[in-house]
Design a protein around this ligand. Structure first.
Ligand SMILES: [Zn+2]
Length: 204
């Protein structure tokens, strides 16, 4: 993708839907870790024609490993963990750190990133080292690359739609949490009232 923030839409949407099993901050931030390779390419190999092959981070194999290492780094560095906790608290979302959830989020988040990039960019070697080219892009673009521009437009629009859906999903979730909190408070109050009534001495 031309800009990493496009990825936050689809990854954020999936992260919120699967938040019971995966770590939301890691699932989002792993996009930046994978796209660090684009920056590395521009710094260390500015002359070559590709931008998504530096250190093979835009592949399922290396990208998945980078995602797992990134997740472990966040789990074991207290400052990064606390930043994740504070970020989720700021978003008013329930959160508990778990290594297994973080590792799963790191690997899956990186794979979704590489998968989306493989549709958008011809130079992504998704199946490296098995294949040096991009079978996803080749299959979707047509024999003469005739659908390349249309396909890139679709990917960008899907990412923007995912951003919009993410906002709707987030707003609905916050309302659901608040409603649940209200129902719980009413239920506790009624239980307290009935307990007080039982404790009152019986007249007559
Ligand atoms: Zn990328």
């Amino acid at each position: 993708m031309p800009y990493t923030p496009y990825h936050f839409g689809p990854n954020g949407l999936v992260a919120l839907m699967l938040r019971r099993w995966i770590d939301v901050p890691v699932f989002l931030l792993v996009n930046a870790a994978i796209d660090a390779s684009v920056l590395g390419d521009r710094i260390f190999a500015p002359g070559d024609e590709t931008v998504h092959q530096f250190l093979h981070m835009h592949t399922l194999l290396v990208g998945g490993c980078v995602g797992a290492l990134f997740a472990a780094a966040i789990y074991y560095v207290p400052l990064l963990r606390r930043l994740c906790e504070k970020g989720m608290a700021w978003l008013d979302l329930p959160y508990r750190v778990s290594l297994s959830k973080m590792l799963l989020a790191g690997v899956l988040g990186a794979w979704i990133h590489v998968g989306i990039d493989s549709i958008h960019h011809a130079d992504v070697q998704i199946l490296w080292p098995l294949l040096g080219d991009n079978p996803v892009n080749d299959a979707l673009n047509g024999m003469f690359n005739e659908r390349s521009l249309i396909l890139r437009g679709y990917v960008v629009r899907w990412c923007l739609w995912a951003w919009l859906l993410l906002f709707v999903q987030y707003a609905l979730m916050l309302n659901a949490f608040r409603l649940k909190a209200r129902f719980t408070a009413v239920w506790r109050f009624r239980r307290l009232l009935s307990a007080m009534r039982l404790r009152q001495p019986q007249l007559n």
